[in-house]
Design a protein around this ligand. Structure first.
Ligand SMILES: [Zn+2]
Length: 137
């Protein structure tokens, strides 16, 4: 019984969702990559801001950054990147470059329902958009 993942979740603030989706759209058709800042408490990861990683690079199939250039910061809870084509499933490369606690992947066309969260094993984590109750369409 591996029910461990069930009590983990990721909460994205509305500003974060808006910023993430617009950044993905700007970068399209290349991949976008951002660092998620926030906090983790009892399995709940709350993301309250985004940071553009220094020296990031991206093309149509991969986006990354050299982790050695990052200052050590406990507020870095993971990364978010886009998949301009295909699904939001993490690739082998994504899992190999896993950073932090969570990997958020946004698939094209980059709407609220195109955002997914994954752990380092490639298991999906429940994702809650902070604005979900306010504006449901
Ligand atoms: Zn990817």
């Amino acid at each position: 019984m591996t029910g461990k993942n069930l009590d983990r979740k990721v909460i994205l603030k509305k500003d974060v969702v808006d910023g993430l989706l617009s950044y993905c759209k700007i970068k399209h058709p290349n991949e976008a990559i951002l660092i998620l800042k926030g906090k983790s408490k009892k399995g709940t990861i709350t993301v309250d801001s985004l940071t553009i990683p220094p020296f990031s690079y991206s093309d149509q199939t991969f986006a990354g950054f050299p982790q050695s250039f990052l200052p050590f910061d406990m507020a870095y809870v993971g990364t978010a990147h886009s998949h301009p084509s295909g699904s939001a499933e993490p690739s082998v490369t994504d899992l190999h470059h896993f950073f932090g606690l969570v990997s958020v992947i946004v698939q094209s066309p980059y709407n609220d329902e195109d955002i997914f969260a994954w752990d380092s094993q490639g298991n999906q984590i429940e994702l809650i958009l902070d604005n979900a109750d306010v504006e449901k369409n």
